[in-house]
Write a protein that binds this ligand. Structure first.
Ligand SMILES: Nc1ncnc2c1ncn2[C@@H]1O[C@H](COP(=O)(O)OP(=O)(O)O)[C@@H](O)[C@H]1O
Ligand SMILES: Cc1cn([C@H]2C[C@H](O)[C@@H](COP(=O)(O)O)O2)c(=O)[nH]c1=O
Ligand SMILES: [Zn+2]
Length: 212
């Protein structure tokens, strides 16, 4: 259910969380909710972490290239300052804001704002990705979305990293991650089928297949 009414008779907002794996449609759903709020003539503003420059500096863009103007911010605190006057605040890639986001969302909701937060609930190891689990606990509404497993077509709950790197934050899209179901997910490993092949030793000019 998508809550969409701002109750101006009471000074209470609420928090909605839209979570799931990569490619599950979190950004599309965030954009959809904000567009509908604007149709209802509510003041909206969308934020994303400044570090996420994958598709655009000043838009949230889904993997399907649906876009909405957005304000890149360095911190959750700066979001509170810039959200003045908004009825509805959208936050994409919320996993990159850290735990300060929990307090910021509480402050906005207490001010009467509808806060829609979209983010990854798990990292590439399948571990809870803070602050999304904390936000899910305090949110009035939680929507969990699924992508399609690229291996078997089942609903995908995991984001498989397919490039080397054990840092938690590693920006990317299809070149670095695949959505996978529980069965096909290999937590924290670079699957051999998708890992870059090791450099071949230079031995002879002719390939075994007799190619070029
Ligand atoms: N394996 C997949 N499963 C589902 N959607 C996919 C997949 N690969 C690409 N997509 C595209 O990604 C879109 C969702 O993008 P987006 O809203 O940016 O997701 P998220 O924000 O959750 O990463 C889908 O509508 C679809 O066009
Ligand atoms: C699993 C995982 C992902 N990331 C990065 C990769 C992307 O830049 C974003 C997720 O974007 P999406 O809109 O949900 O597709 O997060 C990461 O840094 N660490 C991870 O473990
Ligand atoms: Zn699968």
């Amino acid at each position: 259910m998508e809550p969409h009414i701002v109750d101006r008779t009471r000074n209470a907002g609420w928090i909605e969380v839209v979570c799931g794996s990569m490619f599950s449609g979190k950004t599309e759903e965030l954009i959809r909710r904000l567009r509908r709020a604007r149709i209802a003539r509510q003041e909206t503003i969308a934020f994303k972490p400044a570090l996420d420059t994958r598709y655009s500096d000043d838009e949230v863009v889904s993997h399907d290239e649906t876009a909405l103007p957005t304000v890149p911010v360095e911190s959750a605190a700066s979001m509170i300052r810039q959200a003045d006057g908004a009825d509805v605040v959208g936050i994409d890639e919320a996993q990159f804001f850290g735990n300060d986001l929990v307090e910021a969302c509480q402050t906005l909701a207490a001010r009467g704002v509808r806060v829609v937060v979209a983010g990854l609930d798990q990292d590439y190891k399948g571990q809870p990705f803070e602050p999304i689990p904390q936000l899910m606990a305090i949110a009035e509404h939680v929507t969990k979305l699924h992508a399609i497993c690229v291996q078997c077509g089942a609903p995908a709950n995991h984001s498989q990293r397919i490039v080397p790197g054990d840092e938690r934050v590693l920006l990317g899209a299809t070149e670095a991650y695949e959505p996978r179901c529980r069965d096909c997910f290999q937590p924290g490993e670079v699957p051999e089928s998708t890992a870059p092949a090791p450099a071949a030793p230079v031995t002879s000019s002719a390939s075994p297949e007799g190619g070029e």
